[in-house]
Design a protein around this ligand. Sequence first.
Ligand code: ATP
Length: 442
Amino acid sequence: MSKQPEIREDLLKDEISEEELEKIKKAVENSTDLQTLLSYYNKSLNGNKGESYYRDQIKKLADKIKAREKNKVNIVGSENKSSRKNVRRNHPTVLRGVVVKKFEGDWIWVEPQSAQKGEYGVKFPEHLSNDDLNVGTEVALNPQNFQIVDILKKRKDPDFESVDTEKTFQDVGGLDEVIQTLRRNVGIQLDDDRRKIIEKWGVDLDKSLMLVGPPGTGKTLMVKALANEYDADMFMVNGPQLVEKFIGEGAKKVRRLYDQARSSDKPAIVFIDEIDSIAKKRQENRRHGGEEVERTMSQLLSELDGLDKDIGNQNVVSIFATNKPSIIDPAIVNRCSAIEVGLPDNIAKKEILQVHTRKFDIDDEVDLWNVVEKMPDEVSGRDIEQIAKQAALSAIYKDEPLEDIKVTLEDFESAIKDLKEGNIGMEKDFLSTDNLHEEIFA
Ligand code: ATP
């Protein structure tokens, strides 16, 4: 596996003096002194007619160094220009690479991102400490000998900025059981100390979870609260967006998404909403954009399998959301635990209403139970939020001194009426692509 230049001292010793051997070793080790090596190579050819193994060895080394010389490239795509400049000042050209394995002792394995593929064992750089370099750390490499020159700032994909959220579980109503399951199964994996203990006990937790439930029931909201509670980075993407916005690039984007999560300094959650659009069963797939969806899906599967391996940030979990579980490919389903997030019952409706009205000045006469009883059976958390907003707006325009304004039962009733009549709500069915199509071509 090692591609470290190999010197067969036993063969060289007979032909070359101790001193010369030292020089060759040094030249090979540094690989900077190509001339020295070549001069020994020429000398060996001149001095000894016919082929000998040691000359082959030297030739191989020389070729290797020549190849490395040819391979010199500047690093591209680093976000941190000043650190790039610093690196360049000391080493005019460097290769981008990644640490792939750590050795005991003073060796470390790197993989350069160049035409010269493979993993190379190099001496642990004296100016860096053991904690600086981990599997997955991106590094600048000397293109001649692949020695680590510096640590590079991680590259980020601007499409996957981590979501900045202040949501907490206090903002979620009526989903206590779901929250508890989330904390127990996912939260623990975002908490390094607890995760290590549970792993030591041999408990194997799924690193991927599927939230199944109708739109607007608080799936995204809960993941935001989870990220906040565990101070985790949350990388969020919408399934259809992956396939439609990044046409032909879905698989690459999935890889970048997980790369971003793995290279985060914090625990990380990859959240893919509407996962059904990229994880459809095969027969569903073929109907539309099949190949692209399939490529994206197989990349996703390999990322999920990768999360179970001991590479990079260990505190990465995937959470998917869907309201069409029946069309999802079993390959994805089998890799996930699943939690159902249903429409709220009356108790949950009241809790959600409390969340969204907690800062309101509500008339003392109002009993939130009465409001809940007037709601349609099937309302989502998002609908209830809309009822609360609409009631507030209806109250604020009343012909009363501003300091006396309170939200009354009538305001809630009128908001519920509006919702029933379709005058409020976020489902925006009229914006569905089918209807848009009809409108455009009517
Ligand atoms: P979609 O599948 O359409 O993305 P979702 O299940 O992810 O839906 P959210 O985006 O989390 O739903 O919910 C939309 C908004 O509705 C939330 O930002 C929140 O204000 C409100 N909401 C939904 N469910 C709840 C809830 N259980 N408690 C409090 N607010 C809720």
